[in-house]
Design a protein around this ligand. Sequence first.
Ligand code: TPP
Length: 638
Amino acid sequence: MSQKTNTPLLDKISKPSEMRNFSLPQLSDLCSEVRNEMIDAVSVTGGHLGAGLGVVELSVALHYVFNTPDDRLIWDVGHQSYPHKILTGRKDKMRSLRQKDGLSGFTNRKESEYDPFGTGHSSTSISAGLGMAVGSELNNEIRNVVAVIGDGAMSAGMAYEAMNNAGAMDARLIVILNDNDMSIAQPTGAMSSYLARLVSSPGYRSVRKGVKNITEKLPHAIHKRAKQTEEFARGLLGAGTLFEEMGFYYVGPINGHNLDHLLPVLRNVRDAKNGPILVHVVTKKGKGYEPAENALDKYHGVGKFNVVTGAQDKTPSNAPSYTSVFSSSLIAEAKKDDKIVGIHAAMPSGTGLDKFEEIYPKRCFDVGIAEQHAVTFAAGLACEGLKPFVAIYSSFLQRSYDQIVHDVAIQKLPVRFAIDRAGFVGADGPTHAGNYDSAFLGAVPNMALMAASNEAELRHMVATAAAYDEGPIAFRYPRGEGIGVELPTIGKILEIGKGHIVQEGSKIAILSYGTQLEECKKAAKILASLGLSTTVADARFMKPLDTDLITQLAKNHETLLSVETASIGGFGSHVASFLALSGLLDGNLKFRPLMIPDRFDEHASVDDLYQAAGLDHKGIVASALKSIGQVNKISQIL
Ligand SMILES: Cc1ncc(C[n+]2csc(CCOP(=O)(O)OP(=O)(O)O)c2C)c(N)n1
């Protein structure tokens, strides 16, 4: 029996070394405390819940057995790192999670020495871990490097590239495969079936029954230790073959919620002196919190919620989300055109393609966390006359750049890119900010690029993309809800490369690309109240650029501002380039490109981030006034 005291164990430890003398029952109590603490904290902040709940025992066991932070522990994606944060001196800050100036929702080198690698995007941990293992060796430093990667993250090519390399290098790297048979949704693909076969193998079942299961194939150190433990897990001959073929020593599958199983295995693995080892751990996403265990998505990502009932806060909204408008618009187009297909990379609900799949199961493809493959797969579909819509968040599309250039754009293949979460995303922070797609796609010849200024425009852009067969075309739209404009039942096909004037003025022109159009209109109102007549235009297209519209604005106004929710290199840079090359900047015109500043902003609310970037109506007014030398008016009006 554990010795219960009034002081929670968590209050007695400020770092993992302070729990390394705990007894097994104490460790078990610690797990309960970590789990409760996590549920409580996330109920007030929102965030990733299911993944963390599934690795509570694993987190405790890893910090207990390994000498962190000197031993390096890398959490792939980092969304499951909340228990790790609680154990590594950040318990008191858990209620600041994902808030401005608070803890990051992922691991972050700046945040803690226990976070040796910053994460957010998936499947980087084995590569980073291998680099650390090799780097330590070159520095003559002896340490363990442990990478924890989920079965979902294991579907990405990068994980195999890293294993292929590690296996050949015989590096001292420990990979923990955290197999919960879930990605954000059900995992797809051959690897997921392979893991399911391993888990249902007699080896795993016998370990669960507590039967001793040791093979003579173990490396010496493991073999010796294994003999001393009743609960050592090692798959039967043949299990884990794929990993063994890649040069890893395979151990498992073992129950990731049972410390009796985890601790001896991790100790043995720690003490093995050679080669890369893969420990296959089976866990349950959402473990220990009934509402999460029972939910279809295992509470992967949640808003604030009621701990007792599990009911999540839903902020009432008058407008549909951009994602849902994309989804319903695509369904409407697909009804008319059976060549339309949808592709996403392990994000069915995030992209809205889950609804499309319900209606068109054969025309929807979840390719796993494989953004590069998604794009080239779409290119292949386009070669056969299909009309692929690839729905990927802006920040994850970064992974597919070569595929976009080499496999799509050079061949002018009509692949449609639906770029969700464009611009700031708020709580997920800089790893997920969708700030760069305009810059990196803008540089690619043959691309047509659009940005929706509201949800009705998004509907038109889906229709336009469906009708466009000349080459690749992309449209970007942000996280969150639209502005509540009336939605047409069917989108209209926009004229390629043409924007439009929203309101006519004479002194100042604001050319908006994307969803800050509403802020531009508000700014125009304030400027008008100062006697400064202001034109507002919606560019709709970044490529081809509406040079007629820009010329008209440049010739008829004293100052021209471009406004966008993207970084340098995007819309404003293209406008600047056109103005300069066409000589329109040689006269009196002042041009001010307003964009997301050249820095990585930490997590904060989307509104705060746009305000800090000078892209809200106040920032736009201030820039307009500065450009015409009326800085004195800024303070009176704002
Ligand atoms: C490159 C990339 N694509 C998509 C995502 C979105 N994403 C975050 S977690 C996740 C699922 C990860 O599944 P798994 O590795 O099994 O972890 P689990 O949540 O099941 O613990 C996905 C698709 C991401 N973080 N990075």
